[in-house]
Design a protein around this ligand. Structure first.
Ligand SMILES: Cc1cc2nc3c(=O)[nH]c(=O)nc-3n(C[C@H](O)[C@H](O)[C@H](O)COP(=O)(O)O)c2cc1C
Length: 318
């Protein structure tokens, strides 16, 4: 998620789940090819498994960007066919490509060509504007499956490309989980992952049905404590940390190392604000981080001070 799932966010999330597949922010193929690669693409080995999300509409560039991503060690290359922003539309990629399934299949083949040993997946909407969603979703999947794509992550609502802001496009067009489940019934050979409006793990699992997985965006970012439930509930494995406080404590070494390398504290703590939502002390935690961590020269002691607001109670274990 743009501006959210950067490497600092992902490293923090790894204290809460070892198994969930994490995604980068979308990078354009052009940025990957011509941009500051070290800054854009570097990640910590602890972030595995991590998928690089690419946006673009030029197959040649997509091939090259996927090649670079695979060479950098990303575990999956994911193509963004769902972003509705104007900037993206003017570059003719993102959600507007729902109208060009043949091109998406070509882009997928190019990316797979560039990253022959990596899974290349597609994240899409169910349609855009006045497209009948059953036609647009199934056409996109058919084209891409014919090219060889086996994994689709479907944000189960349309994008309305004129009139709605990107934020509204994540809330206003109605969700249609049933259509995504029908896709899986029609194409049991494919892996279909459900995304959009899932509030937490229970909600995700209750909507998953026969689908192959769930993707949580905003809920996981805004309420990261839910990630503590992923490994035990979904992968039948222990959570990496016993509770939220333990996750922060486990993260302190990473924070201190990044501070020494010149990363401002706030670049890391901004992803941690919601960790104690709903718990006594949760507001004070957020307030301390929002005010003190942004001060120039703020160090790890701010996190310890914020942590001192939390009493260790059984409610912390989730
Ligand atoms: C701030 C923000 C940035 C986002 N950036 C991306 C992005 O770069 N690529 C993408 O595929 N989806 C992006 N999304 C959409 C989410 O991945 C997800 O599809 C959408 O929010 C619906 O799922 P949710 O209800 O679980 O959040 C973004 C969402 C938000 C809130």
């Amino acid at each position: 998620m743009m501006d959210w799932t950067d490497r600092h966010c992902r490293a923090f999330h790894r204290q809460l789940t070892r198994r969930a597949l994490l995604y980068t922010e979308m990078l354009t193929a052009d940025a990957v090819i011509h941009g500051a690669r070290e800054r854009l693409l570097s990640f910590d080995p602890c972030e595995h498994p991590v998928a690089l999300q690419l946006g673009g509409s030029d197959p040649q560039k997509m091939r090259e960007a996927a090649r670079i991503g695979a060479e950098r060690g990303y575990d999956e290359i994911n193509l963004n066919i769902g972003c509705p922003s104007d900037r993206v539309q003017s570059g003719r990629f993102g959600a507007c490509l729902m109208r060009e399934p043949e091109l998406v299949a070509t882009l997928w083949s190019a990316a797979q060509d560039g990253a022959p040993n990596s899974p290349v997946t597609i994240k899409c909407r169910i349609g855009v504007d006045d497209q009948p969603p059953r036609d647009s979703l199934f056409a996109l999947v058919d084209w891409c499956a014919r090219a060889g794509c086996e994994i689709f992550i479907v944000h189960a609502r349309k994008a309305w490309l004129s009139g709605l802001s990107p934020k509204e496009n994540r809330d206003v067009p109605p969700l249609d989980y049933q259509l995504v489940r029908e896709l899986k019934q029609m194409r049991p050979d494919l892996k279909v992952i459900l995304n959009g409006g899932l509030r937490d793990i229970e909600h995700g699992l209750s909507e998953q049905g026969e689908l192959d997985g769930i993707m949580l965006g905003r809920a996981a970012y805004q309420n990261p404590a839910l990630l503590l439930g992923v490994d035990p509930r979904i992968f039948n494995a222990p959570a990496p940390c016993a509770d939220r406080v333990a996750a922060v404590e486990a993260h302190m070494g990473t924070i201190e190392l990044a501070l020494r390398q010149g990363t401002p504290l706030h670049a890391m703590t901004r992803h941690m604000l919601g960790l104690f939502n709903g718990l006594p002390g949760g507001r004070a935690w957020r307030r301390t981080l929002s005010t003190d961590a942004v001060r120039p020269g703020a160090g790890a002691e701010v996190v310890l001070a914020a942590l001192s607001h939390l009493a260790r109670t059984p409610a912390l274990a989730e």
